[in-house]
Design a protein around this ligand. Structure first.
Ligand code: HEM
Length: 458
């Protein structure tokens, strides 16, 4: 069948198309509802531009096959190039700097590197615990922003960010950086869902503010890099050290300084917003279901609150719990894939070069593969579950292929360690027991701020 025959939302208007079905503020949550109504693949036509959304697990799995499908730099990702330039996340795969940076940085995400980052990550868990012990009413959004930024700063750049614990030796300007970054993410997300006529006008009007924000963000990361160069301490193995001192094993070239700047900015953005989103979902579920946390504290985490590198690796139930958070609320709710050759998706012909939006948020809740309780949070769903590439259960919170998340092990070690430490030290409750989890979209899917109360266990 032809693409024009794909199901589409009700209320199509001549010329304009499916404009009434656009939700500028919660686009992927709305598309997930549309998947339930319209089926595993549907279209949305806006002024003649057709977006194809794939929300069924089986069809989504088909697009993960690298032989037939590749990655596309479109949507919010393309808009973020304005801020993150040729950093890993936003570089085109054919840009030689992408391969060069990926090769130089890969050792920075090895098992040996995680072992080396462990103490820096533990120091953040300790600072956060000390803060909660003093002030039990916790603004989760604020504290997870602080914790995840401190982790990437302390472990990745040997730099304190001034958001937690002793702020004496920290870089200044982190709050301004966060403000600028937040506005850039909001713009990238919202402008992607602008109508074709309104988009360029809004883009023009917001340009001066956006340029100011980009300049603020760049100045901040340049300070971090210059401080490190001035200290003469570049010949080390954290991420910044690798970028400043290591030649690419393939070409022998080191990264140009403006690319190092784009990479540092990318790691600060990609490394904190997504990880904070995951931590917030996890803390919400723990606070809403204290029995789950009590059970973990009494069993797997009984030896806490401090865990060595090897102990963190073995926290299987905490990791299963994290996977369930990533399944229901993937911080990256979807990504674009492009057909390398003509493809058949659910009986529709997708011509070579055509992009589709793969909606993980819907596919990871597809009852056809995840069962009738697909929409329910089940803390132990992943215990003993071994998902492989051939598994029909679509689960792709880290993306797929050569452009998948380089920070996956980093984020997993960090969140397992932080949750292990926090659960074993504190009993968590929602400050407002009736508070529902509400997700906002800013290129990532992240909970709206909420408050919990943390009571020491012993
Ligand atoms: C790429 C998710 C944490 C750095 C990606 C992609 C996804 C993702 C889905 C692929 C996007 C696409 O195909 O367009 C996540 C999630 C995280 C997380 C869910 C946490 C829960 C991190 C951390 C870092 C990081 C902690 C760095 C320390 C990156 C980078 C890329 C990437 C640099 C681009 C890789 C490339 O294209 O070569 N991430 N990420 N991420 N992530 Fe993560």
């Amino acid at each position: 069948k032809q693409l024009s025959e794909l199901p589409h939302p009700a209320g199509r208007i001549p010329v304009l198309g499916d404009v009434t079905s656009v939700d500028r503020h919660k686009p992927t949550q709305h598309e997930t509802e549309l998947t339930r109504e319209l089926g595993p693949i549907f279209q949305r036509l806006l002024l003649g531009e057709r977006l194809i959304v794939v929300g069924g697990a089986k069809l989504a799995s088909q697009t993960l096959d690298e032989r037939n499908w590749g990655r596309a730099l479109v949507g919010p990702l393309a808009k973020l190039r304005e801020v993150a330039g040729a950093g890993l996340f936003t570089a085109k795969t054919k840009d030689p700097l992408w391969g060069q940076a990926r090769r130089i940085l890969t050792p920075g995400f090895s098992q040996a590197a995680m072992r080396a980052y462990h103490d820096a990550m533990s120091s953040v868990a300790a600072d956060l615990s000390a803060q909660w012990a003093k002030t039990p009413t916790v603004d989760v959004h604020q504290d997870m922003t602080a914790a995840t930024l401190e982790v990437i700063g302390r472990a990745g750049f040997s730099q304190r960010m001034g958001l937690l614990g002793d702020t004496g030796q920290a870089v200044t300007g982190t709050e301004e950086f966060l403000g600028a970054l937040g506005r850039a993410l909001t713009w990238a997300s919202e402008s992607t869902n602008d109508l074709p006529v309104i988009g360029p006008i809004r883009e023009m009007l917001s340009a001066p503010g956006r340029h100011r924000d980009v300049a603020t963000a760049r100045r901040y990361v340049e300070t971090i890099i210059e401080d490190r160069q001035r200290a003469g301490d570049v010949d080390t193995t954290d991420l910044l050290g690798l970028m400043l001192s290591t030649p690419d094993p393939e070409t022998g070239a080191t990264l140009p300084l403006d690319n190092v700047r784009d990479q540092v900015l990318t790691f600060l953005a990609a490394g904190h917003e997504t990880t904070a989103a995951l931590m917030e979902v996890a803390l919400y579920e723990l606070a809403a279901n204290p029995d789950v946390a009590d059970d973990l504290a009494a069993t797997e985490l009984a030896g806490g609150p401090e865990f060595s590198y090897d102990e963190v690796v073995k926290l299987r139930r905490v990791k299963a719990f994290i996977n369930e958070c990533l399944r229901l609320w993937p911080p990256a709710p979807g990504f674009f894939r492009v057909a390398r050759t003509d493809q058949d998706l659910g009986g529709y012909r997708i011509p070579a070069g055509r992009g589709v939006f793969v909606l993980s948020l819907a596919a990871q809740r597809d009852p056809e593969v995840w069962g009738d309780d697909a929409h329910t949070f089940r803390a132990d769903r992943f215990v003993g579950e071994r998902l492989t590439a051939s598994s029909e259960k679509y689960f792709a919170p880290w993306g797929t292929g050569p452009r998948s998340c380089i920070g996956r092990q980093f984020a997993l070690h960090e969140t397992t360690l932080l949750l292990g430490a926090l659960i074993s030290r504190f009993r968590l409750q929602l400050a407002d027991p009736a508070a529902a989890l509400s997700m906002r979209e800013r290129a990532t899917l992240r909970p709206e701020p909420f408050t919990i109360v943390a009571t020491p266990r012993r």
